[in-house]
Each structure stands twice: as structure tokens, then as C-alpha cells.
Design a protein around this ligand. Structure first.
Ligand SMILES: [Zn+2]
Length: 241
């Protein structure tokens, strides 16, 4: 028997998750693929994420509660195939409250070359903690690149470690944050940083990246203003209802 659904989540949390889906689609971080989740406010080992639908089309009724095993709780609708990466990161990182998984084309080069994604400007200063690359072949030599079970989710979470972002070779990226506004901010600016770093790579180098100390300080400053772009983005995507 499936576990019964728990008391409904805070409606504002679910509406923010809907907004996050639409914002990330608007910004090109997500397209028909990719997903965003938030840790449950009722059961910290669980999380909320849409059923398998394109992010721009997500409505509040599409959101399902997922258990610690990443299976939908008391819900027969089809979940995202790669849901395990969310569940296993929430398990290994108690500080993480929201996660974005994206196939943004801007970041792909940084998973398949020796160029390491680094903070090139203050908006992506959170990358100072490092951006490791997940090599799925180390866990699963015969693979289709997707995080399709808990074992792969665990290994991805291990590679992420204490960082804010992990590249996935030949696949995409996963970004974590302390809530929906922060994870959306980070996903958007990781994508922009990747574009800028690629552009700077065509100019006369070497590239002057932020120092670790600058990264730390700018991250602390940005944390105080993350609500500003969040409110702007949310107003844009929710204006149409
Ligand atoms: Zn994926």
C-alpha cells in the first residue's frame, strides 16, 4: 500500500515552485527537459517536484510529494526519470533546501573539456567553492547518461560534495541552494557565467577570475539581495496567471 499523503504543503511554497519552473524556462535554463524541486516543509526527508511535464507548463496541481526513496507518495502519476538525483542530494546535504537540474547548452563544454567553470564575475561568486565534474562511467560503464536510479544519485551527490554546483559530463548540471529564490538565482547565473567564461576564452588571456576571498565576500553580499531578482522574475512569469 502506498503511504498516505501528508498534510498539504504551505501553498506559498508550492506556488514558488511553480514560479521557479516558469522562470527557469523563461531564462532558458530549462526547456522541455530538466526540473526543480524543494525540500518538504512537513517532512524534511521528502521533497516536492512536478510530475513529468515540461517546466513552462507546470501548474500547482502537477506537483507531487516524493518520499526519501524518490517515489511519489500516494500518487500514481508519472514522475521525472531523473528524480533520484534530488532525493540523494537531499539525503546527503541537510543544508540544501532546493535543487535545479538542467541541460543548459552553455554549461555543456565545461563538463567535456579541461576548462573548469570558475566565477568570472560577482553574480556567480558562489562558484568559488569549486565545480566538480561527475563522470557517470566510473559508476556505470554502460550508461545512457541519465541519473536513473538511487545508486547514480548517491554518486552524483558524492561528487557534488559541499559545492553549489556539479557539472555532469555529456549531460548538464545540477545546482543547489538554501531555498527556491537562491537556487533559481544560482542556476540562472551559472548559465550566464558559462557563457561569459566561454566568451572571455576567445579574448587575450589569461582570464582573471574572482579570488576565493572575493567569492566568499560576494556570495555573502548576494545572499542579502536575492529576493530582488526573484520578485522581478516571479512578477514576469505569474502575470499571465
Ligand atoms: Zn538530465
Amino acid at each position: 500500500m502506498p503511504t498516505r499523503k501528508t498534510p498539504p504543503a504551505n501553498p506559498d511554497l508550492l506556488m514558488d515552485l511553480v514560479a521557479a519552473n516558469r522562470i527557469l524556462a523563461m531564462e532558458g535554463v530549462l526547456d522541455g527537459y530538466g526540473h526543480v524541486s524543494v525540500r518538504s516543509d512537513k517532512h524534511p526527508e521528502r521533497y516536492y517536484m512536478s510530475r513529468s511535464v515540461a517546466p513552462q507548463l507546470v501548474k500547482v496541481n502537477d506537483i507531487m510529494e516524493h518520499g526519501a526513496d524518490s517515489e511519489p507518495v500516494g500518487d500514481e502519476r508519472r514522475p521525472y526519470l531523473e528524480r533520484f538525483l534530488h532525493g540523494e542530494i537531499y539525503r546527503q546535504r541537510p543544508d540544501v533546501m532546493a535543487i535545479v537540474h538542467s541541460h543548459s547548452d552553455a554549461v555543456i563544454p565545461f563538463g567535456v573539456t579541461r576548462s573548469v567553470l570558475k566565477p568570472i564575475y560577482h553574480m556567480a561568486s558562489f562558484l568559488y567553492s569549486g565545480v566538480p565534474v561527475f563522470e557517470i562511467r566510473k559508476t556505470r560503464p554502460d550508461n545512457d547518461l541519465l541519473i536513473r536510479d538511487a545508486e547514480l544519485g548517491r554518486e552524483l551527490a558524492k561528487t557534488l560534495g559541499k559545492c553549489s554546483c556539479v557539472m555532469m559530463r555529456g549531460h548538464g548540471m545540477t545546482v543547489v541552494g538554501d531555498g527556491i529564490p537562491e537556487v533559481v538565482f544560482r542556476a540562472v547565473y551559472t548559465q550566464t557565467n558559462a557563457r561569459l567564461q566561454t566568451a572571455a576564452g576567445h579574448l587575450k588571456g589569461p582570464i582573471e577570475f574572482l579570488t576565493e576571498e572575493e567569492g566568499r565576500r560576494a556570495t555573502a553580499t548576494n545572499r542579502g539581495t536575492v529576493e530582488r531578482p526573484w520578485e522581478l522574475w516571479k512578477a514576469k512569469v505569474m502575470a499571465s496567471g
